[in-house]
Design a binder for this molecule. Structure first.
Ligand SMILES: Cc1ncc(COP(=O)(O)O)c(C=O)c1O
Length: 456
C-alpha cells in the first residue's frame, strides 16, 4: 500500500512527475547526484531566494539543503549576483590566470590557518583526490587512513569507508589494488594508535573533523586533539576535509573553532559562494610539490601534476570572494548558528512532548535528527549520540528516512540529505516556527503509521 504522504507528494507535483519520466529516458540514473534520488521522483526546483525555494509546480519549501551546504548567505544573494554580472561581461572563462584568483587565495590564507598555500580545484571531490596524491608524494608512503562513515567525495581515491559495510567498496568499479590502499578503521583512539604503530606505510589520515557524513556521527574536539597528537607522533599527515565545515563552523572553519591546525585541508562549497569550486590548501613545505623548479628530472618525476580547465574560473572566483568577505565578519555564521540551535532545541522539545524515541543534535549551523524505529526503546541521549556508532547513526531504515523527508516536503520544508540539514544567514525565526510546526506534524504522522517509535 502506498503511504498517504507519497500520494500527496505526487498530487502536489504533476509537472515534477512528468519531468521524471523524461529524465529516466535521458539522465543516467534519473538524477544528477545520488542524494537527489527520491521515490517516487525527485524535487525539480524552478527558482530560489533567501531561505526558500519553489519547485516547478509552484510548491514553496523552506530550504535546509542550501545547495548541498554551499550557500551560507542563502539563495541568490544580491552582492554575489552583482559580482557575477560584472565578471560575466568581462568574459567568463579565460583558461588563464587572472588577478582575482590571487586575491581569492590571499583571503583563504588569511582565514584558514593550514592554508599557507592554496591550489584551486572544481569541487570537494577533486580536492580530496588531489590531497591523497600530494600526501603520497610528500611522505613517499602509499596508504590513506579513513574513519568508518566519513565521506570525502565520490572518487576512487577516498570513497572506501563511506558506506556500510565499511570494509566493502562504496561503489562498483573500483580496482582492488586501490581499495587495498585505503585502510578504514572505527573512529577510536586506541585503534588509531595501534594502526599507526603497526602500519608504517600510511601517508595520511583524512577525516571530517566534525564527524562522519557532516557530523551525522559526531566527533569531539578532544578526540580531534588526540588525532592531531598521534598523527604528528607517527609522522602521518593530517588532512581535514572542511568541505562542509570550512567557513561555516567559524570564518576559519573547524580548525579555528577547535584551535587545531592540520597539515592540509580540503575546501569546497562555501569557498566559491555557491558556484562550482574548491581548493586544496596546506603547509608551504608540502605544497612546494606544485612548484616548477626548472630541474627537468625533478619536475617530471617528483612534481605534482595538476590540471583543470575551469580551476579558479572568474565567476567562481568573484562569487567566492564576495561570500568570503562576508564570512570573514562572522555575522552569517552567528545568524545561521542561532537558527540551527533554535531548530535543534525546538525539535527536542517536540520529541519529548510527543514521547517519540528520537534526538536532534549537531553543531554550528547543522542539525541531524536521529529517529528510533523499535517501539518501546528509549530515545538516544546526547551522550550516546556523541560517542555514536556509525552503523546505528547512519543506519536509520530507508522507510523512516523517506517518510521523514516526504512528510516535511509535502508540508513545505526540505533537508540536505538523510535526516539532516544546514541553515544559512537568510533563515529567520519565522522559518524556525513554521519548520517546527511541520516537524511536529511529521513525527506524529510517522508515529501513527508505526514508522517511528513512541516511548513505552
Ligand atoms: C564532507 C564532504 N567532503 C567532500 C564532498 C565532495 O564535494 P563535492 O560534492 O563538491 O565533490 C562533500 C560533498 O557533499 C562533503 O560533504
Amino acid at each position: 500500500m502506498i503511504p498517504e504522504w507519497l500520494e500527496r507528494y505526487e498530487a502536489q507535483r504533476p509537472k515534477g512527475k512528468k519531468l521524471y519520466e523524461l529524465a529516466r529516458a535521458t539522465v543516467a540514473g534519473g538524477v544528477g547526484h545520488d542524494v537527489r534520488h527520491s521515490v517516487p521522483f525527485p524535487l525539480y526546483i524552478d527558482h530560489a531566494l533567501g531561505a526558500h525555494k519553489w519547485d516547478v509546480d509552484g510548491n514553496e519549501l523552506i530550504d535546509y539543503g542550501m545547495g548541498n551546504g554551499a550557500l551560507l548567505l542563502g539563495h541568490a544573494p544580491a552582492a554575489v549576483i552583482a559580482a557575477i554580472q560584472v565578471a560575466i561581461e568581462k568574459g567568463f572563462h579565460f583558461g588563464n590566470d587572472h588577478e582575482a584568483q590571487i586575491e581569492w587565495a590571499a583571503q583563504i590564507q588569511a582565514l584558514i590557518p593550514s592554508a599557507e598555500r592554496v591550489r584551486f580545484v572544481n569541487s570537494g571531490s577533486e580536492g580530496s583526490m588531489l590531497a591523497a596524491r600530494v600526501a603520497r608524494a610528500f611522505t613517499k608512503k602509499s596508504k590513506l587512513l579513513r574513519f568508518e562513515g566519513h565521506f570525502s567525495g565520490w572518487s576512487d581515491a577516498v570513497i572506501k569507508g563511506a558506506a556500510y559495510p565499511f570494509q566493502q567498496s562504496a561503489s562498483a568499479g573500483i580496482l582492488p589494488a586501490v581499495l587495498d590502499s585505503i585502510v578504514v578503521i572505527p573512529a577510536d583512539l586506541n585503534v588509531l594508535e595501534e594502526t599507526l604503530r603497526k602500519d608504517t606505510d600510511i601517508a595520511a589520515l583524512m577525516l571530517e573533523p566534525s564527524g562522519g557524513s557532516w557530523g551525522t556521527v559526531p566527533l569531539s574536539v578532544d578526540f580531534n586533539r588526540e588525532v592531531r597528537r598521534l598523527t604528528a607522533q607517527y609522522g602521518v599527515l593530517l588532512i581535514y576535509d572542511e568541505v562542509i565545515t570550512g567557513f561555516r563552523y567559524s570564518s576559519g572553519g573547524y580548525q579555528v573553532l577547535a584551535g587545531i591546525t592540520p597539515d592540509m585541508s580540503i575546501l569546497g562549497k562555501i569557498i566559491s559562494g555557491g558556484m562550482p569550486g574548491g581548493a586544496l590548501v596546506g603547509r608551504a613545505d608540502i605544497m612546494k610539490l606544485f612548484d616548477f623548479t626548472g630541474d627537468p628530472q625533478r619536475d617530471r618525476y617528483e612534481r605534482i601534476q595538476h590540471y583543470g580547465t575551469f580551476n579558479a574560473n572568474p565567476l567562481s572566483t568573484v562569487a567566492g570572494m564576495v561570500t568570503l568577505r562576508e564570512a570573514a565578519t562572522g555575522r552569517p555564521q552567528a545568524q545561521a548558528d542561532q537558527i540551527a540551535t533554535k531548530l535543534r532545541e525546538g525539535m527536542n522539545r517536540i520529541l519529548d512532548a510527543e514521547r517519540i524515541a528520537g534526538y536532534a543534535y549537531g553543531d554550528s549551523s547543522v542539525f541531524h535528527v536521529y529517529l528510533e524505529r523499535h517501539p518501546g526503546t528509549g530515545a538516544a541521549t546526547r551522550e550516546e549520540i556523541m560517542t555514536g556508532d556509525p552503523v546505528k547513526l547512519k543506519g536509520i531504515p530507508g522507510n523512516v528516512v523517506s517518510g521523514f523527508q516526504k512528510n516535511l516536503q509535502i508540508r513545505g520544508a526540505d533537508l540536505l540529505s538523510y535526516t539532516g540539514g544546514v541553515t544559512s544567514a537568510a533563515h529567520t525565526d519565522e522559518d524556525v516556527q513554521r519548520t517546527l510546526t511541520i516537524f511536529n506534524e511529521t513525527i506524529c504522522v510517522l508515529a501513527e503509521a508505526g514508522i517511528v517509535a513512541r516511548l513505552a
